[in-house]
Design a protein around this ligand. Structure first.
Ligand code: BG6
Length: 516
């Protein structure tokens, strides 16, 4: 249940009261969060700071509780100190002693591993004690920030110890981090195990891209305006390019990344979700069910490349230069097997077999150690069917494009041709820009803040359902299988924009990649 702040003053007209109500902040009701894998990087850099930022923005209930579970010999105070350090280092909002103090009072730590029945009994006792001392009212979310091989064990333990069953009038939810499986078979198995314990509407799968403000704006842009939808189809769109480029390498994540690679790490989830939001039909309402229905239709309509050798490229970064410094190739990274065939770059050409998109390629690419960090969706339009200007006038005119800049320079660009000032007719590309920072004074919450709040509110709009996860694997599996049989990934120099094979893939279609 959402607790609302004070009612508007008496005497307000109904219309005003309604308007104000709609803009009231969404505040979580009595609840707590239990985090498994609380000593991991994600927890330290994202989850703990997000919890603090939510508290600081006044969006958590006063008695909110945070319980850590991990194999460490810590007391509650040690855990609170770890959270404190993480917050001081990574939180986005200023540190306030009173907010921290109130939050820290609701922190508990349970030492143990996932086989340990005693630890789960302690967890149950702690949760019940918090219901009384902090008023969490039986409402608890269990966040599995652990490697997927532990998911089955943790959810079974939650069931065994009665933690998955909500007492009358309260709720229990499970939050699961990606990767959701390694392929379709393992994802189905995982979903079976999770759904054995939790009902589908109790399960929140995190794809943090959906928590990004700019990603949510794709739907606002498309469906709250009249401007874009009329051209958002095969009659006007030439192709779509979705890029998620990173300049970082794999950092200390060799253990997770090697054997997984870019396609599984990013295409299967983030990029296919971006594609689904870009291509889907208008949902009948902005709710989880309607969004699922439309995204699923897109994913099911994706035509899997018949010849992955021609329509997909997997590659690995080799030694190169970035920011004036020499950087090592993937195979030289610490913890990586010198023979590893893991892809750090993936480019995939897909088509959506439906009336709106028939014949329009969607090019998806992602990679580590590329030229710069940028995520964008570029909807590139066809050229005007006829030009009254002579050919020299339009020599420098490119294609019109609508570019949603997901990050880091959040906003949108519309590119079109304009007459160059002067005495002759010459037309050149110009851009019209919308930048969040210039148009809004409100700051965007970090993706994890938004998603954790939504879990506590039980709002599932921004969480992929298991059907989407499985459909996404159906798209990726044949590509992974093909490349597993066909030798080593291609190579690209660190700091470049990817392998030449990816350029050739677009060149075969008479197109080229954007250089964002
Ligand atoms: C994660 C991937 O899901 O997204 C990482 O596992 C990647 O490999 C990260 O670096 C990128 O997220 P963001 O929000 O920094 O673009």
């Amino acid at each position: 249940m959402t607790t609302l702040p004070d009612a508007p003053p008496v005497g307000w007209s109904n219309a005003l009261r309604d308007r104000r109500d709609r803009r009231l902040p969404r505040i979580a009701g009595p609840s707590g969060l239990v985090v498994f894998g609380v000593t991991g990087d994600l927890s330290r850099k994202k989850l703990m700071p997000a919890v603090y930022d939510l508290a600081n923005r006044g969006l958590l209930p006063p008695g909110f509780t945070l319980v850590g579970f991990a194999r460490r010999d810590w007391a509650d105070e040690d855990f609170a100190q770890v959270v404190h350090d993480a917050v001081r280092e990574h939180a986005r909002t200023p540190f306030h002693e009173e907010v921290w103090h109130q939050l820290a009072e609701g922190m508990r730590f349970i030492p143990g591993d996932f086989d340990d029945d005693t630890a789960f009994k302690q967890l149950k006792a702690a949760v019940e004690e918090l219901d009384h001392s902090r008023g969490t009212a039986g409402n608890h979310a269990f966040y599995l920030s652990v490697p997927p091989r532990f998911f089955p064990k943790v959810v079974r333990q939650l069931k065994k110890h009665g933690l998955a069953d909500a007492p009358e009038g309260s709720w229990r939810r499970a939050v699961i981090e990606k990767p959701f499986g390694h392929d379709l078979r393992s994802a189905e198995e995982l979903n079976r195990v999770v759904h054995d314990v939790f009902e589908p509407d109790q399960v929140f799968r995190i794809d943090h891209y959906l928590g990004k403000e700019t990603v949510q704006n794709i739907l606002a842009l498309r469906f709250a305006n009249e401007m874009y939808e009329p051209v958002w189809n095969r009659s006007y769109v030439d192709h779509v390019q979705i890029t998620m480029a990173e300049d970082i390498g794999i950092g200390g994540r060799a253990g997770y990344y090697d054997g997984i690679g870019a396609a599984r790490d990013v295409v299967q989830n983030h990029l296919l979700q971006l594609m689904a939001l870009t291509a889907m039909e208008e949902p009948i309402a902005f709710d989880a069910e309607s969004l699922l229905t439309e995204k699923l239709k897109v994913l099911k309509s994706v035509r899997v490349p018949r010849n992955p050798g021609e329509h997909t490229v997997l590659a690995q970064y080799a030694e190169g230069w970035q920011g004036g410094e020499k950087v090592a190739g993937y195979l030289q990274e610490e913890g990586i097997d010198a023979q590893s065939r893991t892809d750090t770059y993936a480019a995939i050409r897909l088509e959506v077999d439906n009336r709106r998109w028939a014949g329009v390629p969607f090019y998806l690419r992602t990679g580590k150690r590329l030229g710069r960090r940028v995520t964008e969706i570029a909807v590139v339009l066809k050229r005007a069917p006829h030009s009254p200007f002579d050919a020299t006038a339009t020599e420098e005119l490119g294609e019109n494009a609508v570019v949603i800049r997901v990050q880091p320079d959040e906003g949108m660009t519309v590119r079109f041709g304009s007459k160059v000032p002067g005495t002759s007719m010459e037309i050149r590309d110009v851009s019209m820009d919308f930048a969040y920072g210039e148009s809004f004074t409100e700051s965007s919450p970090e993706a994890y803040e938004r998603l954790i709040l939504d879990v506590l509110l039980g709002d599932a709009n921004l969480f992929p359902r298991h059907q989407e996860v499985e459909e996404s694997w159906k798209i990726l599996d044949p590509i992974e299988e093909y490349w597993a049989r066909h030798g080593r990934p291609a190579q690209y120099a660190a700091g470049s924009w990817g392998p030449v094979e990816a350029d050739e893939m677009l060149a075969r279609d008479g197109r080229s990649w954007r250089r964002p």
